[in-house]
Design a binder for this molecule. Structure first.
Ligand SMILES: [Zn+2]
Length: 494
């Protein structure tokens, strides 16, 4: 017992003697923030809820304590993000063929309008297969019509696999209504759940049809058959390359009421003002939101706490802010906690559309998301590798910090799934750097288990070692990129 104690004490002395370690971010530092942000009291941090109010207040308080200054356009910590949430109300639908009303014995239809009231008669119905062809384009004539498309898509290119991408392509082609067909056995329950999930949108960027919804295959077969068409033939046609869709000879009358809820959420933004005006800025970002109350009413635990995703990222940002605030830097350093990442990077897109300083002044943007996965000693991966000229510099700084680097670009598989993507699309050098995406087997293990479920909570077993080490790396990156002598950027006329 005693011997062990002595050994531990010797270890402590060693730690204290090493200045780099002494100043480092610890697991306990991070745990303190995550404990609060991922507590049940914060209700899973869903935008527009009491959980949001607590979350953004906590972040602003912590960032003020860390030494940041509020940096929203109005001088506060909070940049408003106008969001919209839609939920199914009541609806009636009548389908006719040659003036005859079709008898469809199925209630598997969900219709959601863009606005609270929607009514249209005589809309021609077009079957479009997967919505787009094998080259990803819309060949069907859907302008001003109701487009039907299969929820499942095996004939389309990867970039069009998501229902959202295909829906947006049909909207761009002028579809008045976009209605997915879900497989009764498999996809209908998934589609149904998605449609009823009260998804949040960002009105300023959303590409939405006047009417959207879904029907089961059972409903589709009944409708098509009643109109005298053969469903199996239709499906076979749709598998052909360059399938251009078919008008079904069916007209639709819709009358739809939708619960439309508009509200302001907030991005939290703070800054460390730099010493050299006009020399550019470093931007750290990470999303504060998570999925809120996510399990049915009778479940024993209903809250998706989002400890790893992404209370861990906010914890790292806060500790990095505190360390960087101890000294004045040449460039401004901004910290941005975004809302509604889980609904499609919405806070980040809102920020990219209305930044508080010009985006072309950002010398590097570092997103921090789902950082508490790997243990200490993990390699450093770069999401966004190959997109900027910064890879070598970042890896050099990582190696100097005693880290090994992951040479492959495998982590780029996640590039569109993180907030930095909204900035990458605007030409900002945006990277995500750290250990959690270096060991993709470990990441997949997390994605396949606790991720986006009620078990993403803080426990004694939550691995915070890699996150602490990554926090130290982010401090080193900030110190380097905010220094105009060390990093001379082509930006800001340098
Ligand atoms: Zn998530």
């Amino acid at each position: 017992m005693r011997l062990v104690k002595r050994a531990a004490l010797a270890g402590l002395v060693l730690l204290a003697a090493s200045p780099a370690l002494a100043k480092g971010v610890s697991e306990a530092d991070l745990r303190g923030h995550i404990e609060i942000l991922a507590s049940d009291e914060y209700e899973g941090r869903q935008p527009g809820t009491a959980g949001e109010a607590k979350t953004v207040k906590y972040i602003a308080e912590q960032w003020a304590k860390a030494g940041l200054k509020p940096a929203a356009a109005d001088g506060s910590w909070f940049e408003p993000v106008p969001l919209i949430q839609r939920a199914q109300g009541s609806s009636t639908h009548i389908f006719t063929a040659k003036g005859r009303k079709l008898r469809i014995v199925s209630d598997d239809i969900i219709l959601i309008g863009k606005e609270a009231q929607y009514a249209k008669s005589g809309l021609p119905v077009v079957f479009t297969g997967a919505g787009v062809t094998s080259d990803g384009s819309v060949q069907a004539d859907v302008k001003g019509k109701a487009a039907l498309l299969m929820f499942d898509a095996d004939t389309v290119p990867d970039r069009m696999k998501s229902p959202r991408a295909r829906r947006e392509a049909l909207v761009a082609a002028g579809a008045e209504a976009v209605i997915f067909i879900g497989d009764s056995q498999g996809n209908w329950p998934v589609l149904r759940r998605a449609l009823l999930s009260r998804t949040i949108g960002l009105e300023t960027i959303e590409q939405r049809a006047a009417l959207e919804g879904g029907i089961s295959t059972e409903f589709a077969v009944a409708m098509v058959t009643a109109a005298g068409r053969d469903w199996d033939k239709l499906r076979a046609h749709a598998k052909q390359k360059d399938y251009a869709g078919e008008a079904l000879g069916i007209d639709a009358d819709f009358k739809v009421t939708t619960d439309v809820y508009r509200f302001n959420s907030s991005n939290v933004i703070g800054k460390l003002p730099g010493r050299k005006k006009g020399s550019g800025a470093v931007l750290y970002m990470g999303h504060w939101d998570h999925l809120g109350i996510c399990a049915p009413e009778d479940a024993p635990d209903r809250i998706c706490n989002g400890a790893v995703d992404n209370a861990s990222g906010i914890a790292v940002l806060t500790e990095v802010a505190e360390r960087l605030a101890k000294k004045r830097h040449d460039r401004d350093i901004y910290f941005l906690a975004t809302t509604a990442e889980e609904s499609g990077l919405l806070g980040a897109y809102a920020y990219a559309a209305k930044p508080v300083f010009p985006l072309d002044q950002i010398v590097i943007s570092l997103n921090v998301d789902t950082i508490a996965v790997a243990a200490r000693g993990a390699k450093v991966a770069i999401i966004g590798r190959g997109n900027t000229k910064l890879d070598n510099i970042v890896e050099g700084i990582a190696r100097k910090a005693g880290r090994q680097t992951e040479g492959s670009s495998d982590a780029n598989a996640f590039i569109e799934r993180q907030d930095g993507w909204a900035l990458t699309q605007k030409g900002v050098p945006a990277l995500m750097v750290g250990g959690s995406f270096a060991d993709l087997d470990l990441m997949q293990k997390f994605l396949g288990s606790d991720y986006h479920g009620i078990n993403d909570e803080l426990t004694d077993k939550t691995e915070l070692g890699g996150a602490a080490e990554d926090a130290d790396l982010h401090i080193a990156l900030g110190q380097y990129f905010a220094d105009t002598r060390k990093y001379k950027s082509a930006k800001a006329g340098e």
